[in-house]
Design a protein around this ligand. Structure first.
Ligand SMILES: *Cc1c(COP(=O)(O)O)cnc(C)c1O
Length: 398
C-alpha cells in the first residue's frame, strides 16, 4: 500500500504503520491539497494539453487523453479501495469491458455466466464474436461447471457476482483456483457489490471491472467505468489500450465521482439496511413468487455470499405470482417514491423491468432459462427513509 504516494504526506505516515479504514481511504486516497492554493478538493483540470519547457520535458502529463490530474486522483482512490496497485478510468463501464476484451486475439475463448448484464452479453455476442472470439455462457452457480469448458484456447473467465438481475453468487475463490491452474485471466465485474462489499482481487481475481456509473458515482449524474488491478504486465497492456483506443473520461466527471466516493461507505451501509428491510417485506407478500436477494439463510450460495461479501447490498429482484407481464408493468407504473428507470446504485430508489428494459437485448429463450421472466421486476433500493419505501411498494403491489 502507498507505494504510489496515494495519501497526503501526513496521512501517509499513518498509513505506513496502520491499515487505514475503508471510509478514510474513500475520502482521502489519491487526493492531496492543491500545491498552488492548498484547496482541499482536487481541482477540475479542464485542459486538453500541457505546456512543456522543451520537447519531452513534461512530468508525465503531455496530452489529456493519456493523463489528467483529476482523473489520476480518482484512479488512485479507486485502486486503493479495491486493494489494487493500479486504476484506470474509462468513459463508461462498457468502455472498460471493451478494453479487457482487447487483450484477446481471434480464436481465443472466454467462459462467462448465463446471467450477465445485458450490455456485456450484447458486446460479447454482437461485437467481439465478429472478431473471432468465442464465448461460453454457462451456469456458474457451481464453479466446478467452468472446468468442463476449459480447453487450450481458453484465455479468460469473466464473472459477474452478484449477477444481474437474479443475484446469483459466484464463488470467486473457486474461479480463481481454476484460472490459476489453467493460466487464465480472471476478470470480475464488481458493479453490483462495489468495493465496499467485496474486493475480488483478494479472492484471486486479476482484473476488477466497475460501472462507476452505479454505486461509485452514486448520484445518477455520471457515466463512467474503471478497471483495478495489481498485475504489472496486464496493467501495461491495458494502459496502452486505454490511451490507444481512447475511451477516457473527462475531468468534470472524474471530479463528480471523487465527490461521490467520499460517501460511498455510508451510502452502502444505508443501501444494505434498506435492502434488507425491503427484502424482508417482499418475502412474506402474497403476490411475490420468486425473490432474489443473497441475504437470506436459504438464498442460493448464501454461505459463499457471507464469505466473500461484507453485507448483501440493495439490489433485489422478484417475480409476480401468475407470471404476467401486465401485472409487472402495472406495479412498475404505480410506484411513487421508486422511479421506473434503467440503471442502479444511485441515492434514489429505482424499479426496472429487465425483460423489456436492461435485458431486452438477450433473446427471450435465454432470458427465460436464466429466470429473467416477463413478470420479473428489479429494485435498486436507494437511501430514502425506509418507511416511505415500504409504504410505496405496499400501495403499488395492492
Ligand atoms: C451498468 C452496468 C455495466 C455497464 O456500465 P455503463 O457504465 O453503463 O457502461 C456493466 N455491468 C454491470 C453489472 C452494470 O450494471
Amino acid at each position: 500500500m502507498n507505494k504510489n504516494f496515494t495519501f497526503t504526506d501526513k496521512l501517509k505516515t499513518m498509513a505506513d504503520t496502520k491499515k487505514l479504514g475503508f471510509g478514510t481511504k474513500a475520502i482521502h486516497a489519491g487526493q492531496e491539497p492543491d500545491p498552488t492554493t492548498g484547496a482541499i478538493m482536487t481541482p477540475i483540470f479542464q485542459t486538453s494539453t500541457y505546456t512543456q519547457a522543451s520537447p519531452g520535458s513534461h512530468k508525465g502529463y503531455a496530452y489529456a487523453r493519456g493523463k489528467n490530474p483529476t482523473r489520476t486522483a480518482l484512479e488512485k482512490c479507486l485502486a486503493e479501495l479495491e486493494g489494487a496497485k493500479y486504476g484506470l478510468c474509462f468513459s463508461s463501464g462498457m468502455g472498460a469491458t471493451d478494453a479487457v476484451m482487447k487483450l484477446l486475439r481471434p480464436g481465443d475463448e472466454v467462459i462467462t455466466g448465463d446471467d450477465l448484464y445485458g450490455g456485456s452479453f450484447r458486446m460479447f455476442t454482437k461485437v467481439f464474436a465478429n472478431f473471432g472470439i468465442k464465448y461460453h455462457f454457462i451456469d456458474m452457480k457451481d464453479a466446478n461447471n467452468i472446468k468442463k469448458y476449459v480447453n487450450e484456447k481458453t484465455k479468460m473467465i469473466w464473472v459477474e457476482t452478484p449477477t444481474n438481475p437474479t443475484m446469483q453468487i459466484i464463488d470467486m475463490d473457486a474461479c480463481a483456483k481454476i484460472a490459476k491452474e489453467h493460466k487464465l485471466i480472471l476478470a470480475v465485474d464488481n458493479t453490483f457489490a462495489s468495493p465496499y462489499l467485496q474486493n475480488p482481487l483478494k479472492h484471486g481475481a486479476d482484473i476488477v471491472m466497475h460501472s462507476v456509473t452505479k454505486y461509485l458515482g452514486g448520484h445518477s449524474d455520471v457515466i463512467m467505468g474503471a478497471l483495478c488491478l495489481s498485475n504489472e504486465e496486464l496493467y501495461t497492456q491495458l494502459a496502452f489500450i486505454h490511451n490507444s483506443c481512447g475511451a477516457t473520461p473527462g475531468p468534470m466527471d472524474s471530479f463528480l465521482v471523487l465527490r461521490g466516493l467520499k460517501t460511498l461507505h455510508i451510502r452502502m451501509e444505508r443501501h444494505c439496511f434498506n435492502g434488507r428491510k425491503v427484502a424482508e417485506f417482499l418475502k412474506t407478500h402474497p403476490k411475490i413468487d420468486k425473490l432474489y436477494w443473497p441475504g437470506f439463510p436459504d438464498s442460493p450460495n448464501h454461505d459463499i455470499a457471507k464469505r466473500q461479501m461484507r453485507d448483501f447490498g440493495g439490489m433485489i429482484s422478484f417475480s409476480i405470482k401468475g407470471g404476467s407481464q401486465e401485472e409487472a408493468f402495472r406495479i412498475a407504473s404505480k410506484v411513487k417514491v421508486f422511479s421506473l428507470a434503467e440503471s442502479l446504485g444511485g441515492v434514489e430508489s429505482l424499479i426496472n423491468h429487465p425483460a423489456s428494459m436492461t435485458h431486452a437485448s438477450i433473446p427471450k429463450e435465454d432470458r427465460d432459462k436464466a429466470g429473467v421472466v416477463e413478470s420479473l421486476l428489479r429494485l435498486s433500493v436507494g437511501i430514502e427513509d425506509i418507511d416511505d419505501l415500504i409504504e410505496d411498494l405496499k400501495q403499488a403491489l395492492s
